[in-house]
Write a protein that binds this ligand. Structure first.
Ligand code: DGP
Length: 115
């Protein structure tokens, strides 16, 4: 697979741009969101580039499993294992970076206003 060299999250995975890594496993890394929406707001991304979660699930279920496992690990470390995991898919849903990422949100009682 050719890597889109302009992809921000690919650069975090490769280490060519710095970010605060808070966890990693074989196929995924986790780092803090630059614009946190909760006391805990971490992004979990596969090391390989896929645009969205459905593409990831179809192409590499193992990598999706690693993304989910890492989200759980981060939430156990930082939010007592209680968290929301969101994959925005497509611009209308709010996706702005097209390297699939799960938002791990927690650390407080979360509201429910996706609008
Ligand atoms: P989404 O809108 O679902 O595609 O989420 C993209 C997230 O990426 C957004 O919450 C902010 C985060 N983000 C954008 N640029 C950077 C960056 O340079 N560093 C970090 N750590 N996060 C970023």
């Amino acid at each position: 697979m050719s890597l889109p060299i302009e992809c921000l999250f690919c650069k975090f995975v490769a280490g060519t741009l710095p970010t605060e890594i808070v966890g990693q496993n074989e196929r995924a890394i986790a780092f803090r969101d630059i614009n946190p929406q909760a006391p805990v707001h971490v992004l979990v991304v596969p090391r390989e580039h896929y645009a969205d979660v459905a593409t990831l699930a179809a192409a590499s279920p193992e990598a999706l499993a690693d993304v989910i496992a890492l989200a759980q690990e981060v939430a156990l470390n930082e939010a007592d294992g209680e968290y929301r995991l969101i994959f925005n898919s497509g611009p209308l849903a709010g996706q702005s970076v097209f390297h699939v990422h799960g938002h791990v949100l927690g650390g407080k009682k979360l509201g429910w206003n996706p609008a």
